[in-house]
Design a protein around this ligand. Structure first.
Ligand SMILES: *[C@@H]1O[C@H](CO)[C@@H](O)[C@H](O)[C@H]1NC(C)=O
Ligand SMILES: *[C@@H]1O[C@H](CO)[C@@H](O)[C@H](O)[C@H]1NC(C)=O
Ligand SMILES: *[C@@H]1O[C@H](CO)[C@@H](O)[C@H](O)[C@H]1NC(C)=O
Length: 398
């Protein structure tokens, strides 16, 4: 790390205590009360939730699982309305953090898992009996440690909900932004998904979750939809996967691991794609394996070697973006984002999410950070020396 020069403000760098300042700008229309919640893991791996006095609340293991935590501690941080800012101070380092914003209150619970450890039950978009089902919410994900600094991103891996944007100012004045969606994005997204459903016969329209009065509440990703309905999209990728397997039984597919010393070459033998240096290989993935990047051939075992672990994200990303049969698609990743989603079938959800994001950035599937050098669509922003993180709820102010 570069040692900062010290004209006047060096003390800022050294006392950059483990506190993090977050400013939330609330541009939501109407007068439904809006709240922020901060959930995280402390450095000693305990569940923590921020209280409105900016101290951590540690839920007790003996907490009754059916009592929502906001009845036990003041974890709902009220947000000023009408474009005003609310400043939140996060008092110490944390990992696996989320800042949730909701129009109305959210219920969080703590339950014990089979090992007797407390786990946080978060609002779910796939559980129709979840008490949060009828609430609008969204979140940014972040972690903040002295060693690594602050990492923050917008994730649409599970769904698109309340419009959020992030902006991070570092102590040297540098500003990094991910703009998120305009306030009208959900209607546009559902329009496109409905047209895709009509032209393809696949249930893209069912990703749009509406209220009883027809208002769009949120848009689920295909992997969330598959969690609700395991047979959705069942044969969506089958013909494409067959073609990819037959193409790469005749020639090599090269995977550039980007972190290891040499490229990995893969070829299909029988029904298995086998890659140099990888002891395990890949069976043909189903649509559910592709959309989740986490089951069948894309499930990573603790015993997998580096080559296998490097191929999983790159191969799964190539299926979302349908780049495997394009000219140049035999080296992954290599094509720039203008080639993504130009063939069909592809993941039309992530395709449209990126089209509608104001700057094209924000995770729309789990390995959206895969890409050739300099072509990031995931929109992760990071700083060793953050000064202020700003979260905008309800679309940017004009
Ligand atoms: C769905 O939510 C209800 C109510 O919180 C809970 O009792 C149930 O266990 C949840 N189901 C799943 C599959 O998590
Ligand atoms: C977003 O950032 C969080 C915190 O750094 C990280 O744990 C998470 O994996 C990132 N999200 C995705 C989809 O990669
Ligand atoms: C992988 O292959 C590509 C294309 O041939 C090449 O540009 C790149 O340098 C190779 N990477 C390594 C680590 O050999």
């Amino acid at each position: 790390m570069r040692v900062p020069q010290c004209p006047t403000v060096c003390f800022l760098v050294t006392v950059a205590a483990a506190q993090l300042s977050v400013s939330v700008v609330n541009n939501l229309p109407g007068n439904t009360p809006t709240y922020a919640y901060v959930t995280a893991q402390s450095r000693d791996h305990q569940i923590v939730l921020l209280q409105s006095d900016h101290t951590w609340y540690y839920p007790h293991v003996e907490t009754i699982p059916s009592v929502p935590l906001d009845e036990l501690a003041s974890i709902a941080i009220p947000l000023a309305a009408g474009g005003a800012r609310t400043t939140i101070t996060i008092p110490s380092e944390f990992t696996s953090g989320r800042i949730w914003c909701s129009s109305g209150t959210l219920a969080f619970y703590v339950v014990l898992n089979n090992n007797g450890e407390a786990v946080l039950v978060e609002p779910s978009v796939t559980n129709a009996t979840d008490p949060n089902h009828a609430v609008d919410w969204g979140f940014a994900e972040l972690s903040y440690t002295k060693e690594a600094g602050l990492f923050v991103n917008l994730s649409y891996v599970d769904f698109v909900g309340l419009a959020l944007g992030i902006s991070l100012e570092s102590q040297d004045g540098r500003i990094q932004e991910v703009s998120g969606f305009p306030a009208t994005a959900m209607a546009d997204l559902c329009d496109r998904l409905q047209r895709q459903a009509r032209s393809s016969g696949y249930p893209w329209d069912q990703l749009c979750v509406t209220d009883s009065d027809g208002r769009i509440r949120r848009v689920l990703s295909p992997s969330s939809q598959i969690r609700r309905n395991p047979s959705a999209f069942h044969d969506y990728y089958s013909a494409y996967v067959d073609e990819v397997w037959s193409t790469y039984s005749q020639r090599f597919l090269t995977v550039n691991p980007q972190t290891l010393a040499s490229n990995i070459t893969c070829i299909v033998h029988g029904d298995t794609l086998r890659c140099s240096g990888d002891d395990r290989g890949f069976r043909k993935p189903t649509a559910a394996d592709i959309f989740t990047c986490d089951s069948g051939p894309f499930a990573i075992d603790a015993t997998d070697n580096d080559a296998h672990v490097a191929v999983v994200p790159r191969l799964c990303a190539a299926f979302q973006r349908a780049t495997l049969l394009l000219a140049g698609g035999d080296l992954q990743p290599s094509l720039d984002p203008s080639f993504y989603y130009t063939a069909s079938p592809n993941n039309f959800y992530s395709h449209f999410v990126h089209e509608l994001e104001l700057d094209g950035k924000g995770y729309a599937f789990p390995y959206d950070d895969v890409g050739p050098l300099g072509a990031d669509q995931s929109g992760v922003i990071a700083s060793q020396t953050p000064r202020l993180l700003t979260l905008t709820v309800g679309g940017r102010s004009q």
